[in-house]
Design a protein around this ligand. Sequence first.
Ligand code: TXA
Ligand code: MG
Length: 313
Amino acid sequence: MKNIYKNSSLNLARAKKILMKNNIIGLPTETVYGLAGNAYSNNAVKKIYKLKKRPRINPLIIHYYNLRLLKKDAFLSERFLKLYKKFSPGPLTYILKKRKNSKISSFANANLKTIAVRFPQNRIIRKLLGKLKFPLAIPSANLSTAVSPVCSNDVLDEFGKKLSFILDGGKCKIGLESSVVNLNKKIQILRPGAISAKEISKILREKVYFSNKSNKVISPGMIKKHYSPGIPIELNCKKMDDKAAFIVFGKRYKKQKNMFNLSKKGSLEEAARNLYKTLRKIKKKGFKKIKVVKIPKSKIGIAINDRLKKAAN
Ligand code: TXA
Ligand code: MG
């Protein structure tokens, strides 16, 4: 496919050039694929919102190589530094206070006093970040409200010719978006992910709360639908029916037509990796409805349930 570029030093140099011109590329991370642009450039950031058709009030995550540039853009609290040592680079996003003289485009953080910050682990994006003199604003590479992409073809699926450069990095290792933790005042998980509240609480030795709103910064009712394959989803189902695609988990299900097992061996990590791919496949096959069995609410199962709930909204 002509928009998709293999991981090579030549293509990384090409990616760098495009980003330096404040244009947008698709790229892999360990969680999901992203749409990347220069976070210091209003122009680049505006192009991201336009391409995704994302409401401007929904801020982006700023991706850094290390603390060198971040120090100039945000205040690094003790809580943050403790978590950074343990979990970064990796699938954890921190909400930090933005510095007044930060170079981050105010479009990127929707004019808030805070910025969301992540240090991705995937080695391709790390190589690229290491070569740049600016951080990257990167939302998931899907149209607003749709399912996140977990391979380069999914990104092509979403944007077609509108995105001329996608760096290929194979399948995403995790398959669900990063955990988002607010470290200001009380510690709050805004979006569950591979790194759990429990693990964060253990490092900080403080209580970690869950936000019942999917996101405080979003005005109520604005983004009810999210991670949606565009067809109705029913949760906690016990039985299949002829018309619906049936998503199951674990070894007690015998293979049948219309049945999609997220993990036959009952691994929640594997289920997380397969979730978005499965939703995309079901949509493509033309099903009009999806039924899902109960998925255990432990570890990354918490994040799986969160995404399914929002997809079902
Ligand atoms: O795993 C990930 O985080 C992926 C990859 C590409 O890195 N990115 C991703 O970005 O999921 P996006 O834009 O799809 O989700 C960003 C989330 C949104 O829920 C947004 O509202 C929240 O982070 N967010 C961003 N800035 C924020 C802020 N200052 N305060 C609170 N929430 C914020
Ligand atoms: Mg997203």
